[in-house]
Design a protein around this ligand. Structure first.
Ligand SMILES: Cc1cc2nc3c(=O)[nH]c(=O)nc-3n(C[C@H](O)[C@H](O)[C@H](O)COP(=O)(O)OP(=O)(O)OC[C@H]3O[C@@H](n4cnc5c(N)ncnc54)[C@H](O)[C@@H]3O)c2cc1C
Length: 483
């Protein structure tokens, strides 16, 4: 443990963020570079409590608490405090191949489970992780691994999001020949074309891809498997195929005309086109527009922050659930994930700019009002749930709207590719196999990440990719030391 009394001596201090007024002028990361002296103090707050829920990932009351990667948090916090940065980094990389991603975008299940949070403020695990990985790059501690022994085995990974990257990373280190197929023009999945630059600068993603290329992973971009090459061909040519294609089917509300009205766009399309054009505006943009975002979650928040940067004149975020409480409810104690109201960076910016929270709770979209096929406003109604069934109120409210962004969640993977090879899917359009098992019903084909789990988090995609690599390795070699 760092300092036995560290948690008493030092108050929690997160990395500073740029002010709303400053950051809405550009698409740069909102968090400022971490200060080394502060991170060492913050690491000293970890008391090595002996019951590190932070690294447990146990299921409590139906939800996972603690880090799904089982990061050895007390160990590397101790090493950060003692200035043994290289050793700290080795302990971090043992369980997490991509700390520069999770240190930026993870909702930090670990912090919610930290024992300091039981009666005070948790350790700043995520900020410490970001500092450590950035220090690793800055001090050339994070270098390409040299792989001296190669197997004769060839593995194809379809999809280059965090799940595909994690699987490719681990199988390549093991010595197999890995080729990643990606239909986009750049690798990274939602890390590149989903999560906005403000949270994860795209140079950070490109840097990791460069590292993996230097280690021997081959990336073939602009190739849509199923169109440019069939899955059957890949299965024939490679010793194993991993499908890590994500869960990109957007949930569309059953509102007349929603699929073909000019001024309606799906969230990921909106965000990815923005990323492709930054700092210029993409064809569909929010400049000078009244914007409505359907969905009050994290994706909606990313769209909100993007619309603000593009110069929208108003923005409303429609959320069908009621506002969560500000404090934990009695039946939601530590170390469970706290179901409390979060005002994220985009909402903070909207409050700064327009003077009010953009979210309207317990409402849903009921109709689009158009003129000559162009969106002018939307109708909303109240919604509540009785026995899990939605009950929609009679009253209607009209909200001016030139751009409607659909951020209402996802309904599983694009089914054409897996079905083309006879791969079984669940009723939720995920590839069917139990949690922790990645082989599909078709020999030689595996699946991991959102495509297997359903839309989730980067940290879960990485875990699934790593575990899937272990299963593939075992099948290829007859044994594995990767699990
Ligand atoms: C807007 C947004 C913001 C998010 N923010 C966060 C966040 O802050 N923190 C967090 O933890 N999680 C966040 N998430 C969730 C997280 O990004 C995902 O859970 C994670 O990226 C899933 O990883 P994956 O590798 O399974 O799939 P993806 O990242 O979706 O990658 C799948 C890849 O497969 C490719 N592909 C699909 N089909 C084919 C094909 N036929 N041929 C070739 N390539 C194909 C796709 O182009 C894509 O690049 C966010 C999600 C969204 C949508």
């Amino acid at each position: 443990m760092g300092r036995p009394d560290g948690f008493l001596l030092y108050a929690r201090k997160e990395d500073s963020e740029r002010t709303c007024a400053e950051r809405i002028k550009d698409y740069q990361e909102i968090r400022l570079a971490a200060r080394t002296d502060e991170r060492r103090k913050q690491a000293a707050r970890c008391m090595n409590c002996g019951v590190p829920y932070c690294q447990s990932a146990i299921r409590l009351n139906g939800m996972v608490t603690g880090c799904p990667l089982h990061n050895l948090i007390p160990e590397w916090n101790d090493q950060i405090y003692r200035s043994n940065d290289e050793h700290a980094l080795r302990r971090l990389l043992k369980t997490n191949p991509f700390p520069e991603f999770t240190g930026r975008v993870c909702p930090a299940l670990c912090e919610k489970a930290c024992i300091n949070g039981c009666d005070g403020e948790p350790v700043t695990v995520r900020d410490n992780e970001r500092w450590l990985s950035d220090t690793g790059y800055a001090e050339n501690l994070l270098r390409p691994a040299v792989i001296t022994v190669r197997s004769e085995k060839k593995v194809a990974v379809v999809g280059s999001g965090p799940a595909g990257l994690a699987a490719a990373y681990r199988l390549n280190l093991r010595g197999h020949h890995v080729t990643v197929f990606e239909r986009n023009e750049k690798p990274g999945g939602l890390l590149m074309f989903g999560i906005p630059n403000m949270k994860l600068d795209k140079t950070v993603v490109a840097r990791r891809i460069g590292l993996m290329e230097a280690e021997g992973v081959e990336f073939r971009t602009g190739i849509a498997v199923g169109k440019d090459i069939s899955l059957a061909e890949l299965n024939e040519e490679y010793d194993a195929v991993i499908l890590a294609c994500g869960a990109s089917q957007a949930r569309m509300p059953a509102v007349e005309g929603i699929e073909n009205t000019s001024g309606v766009i799906k969230a990921v399309e909106y965000l990815s086109e923005t990323t492709r054009h930054v700092p210029d505006l993409p064809e569909v943009n929010a400049e000078g527009k009244n914007v409505v975002i359907l969905g009050g979650g994290d994706t909606g928040n990313d769209c909100l922050a993007t619309a603000i940067r593009q110069g929208c004149v108003s923005v409303v975020q429609i959320e069908m659930m009621p506002s969560p409480p500000k404090e934990r409810a009695e039946d939601n104690p530590w170390p469970q994930w706290p179901k409390v109201l979060k005002t994220d960076y985009g909402q903070q910016e909207a409050i700064h700019l327009f003077g009010k929270d953009p979210r309207i709770w317990s409402r849903t979209l009921t109709a689009l009002n158009t003129k000559d096929g162009v969106l002018k406003s939307v109708e909303t109604a109240g919604i509540r749930f009785e026995n899990r069934k939605p009950v929609i109120s009679e009253e209607r409210e009209t909200v001016p709207c030139d751009l409607l962004i659909i951020a209402a969640g996802f309904t599983g993977c694009e089914t054409e590719l897996p079905l083309s090879a006879g791969i079984e899917l669940t009723a939720r359009n995920n590839v069917a196999s139990e949690e922790g098992i990645y082989a599909t019903n078709i020999p030689g084909i595996f699946s991991c990440g959102d495509m297997h789990r359903g839309a989730s988090l980067v940290v879960w995609a990485v875990r699934e990719g790593l575990e899937c690599a272990g299963e593939v390795d075992e099948q290829l070699m007859g044994y594995t030391n990767l699990i």
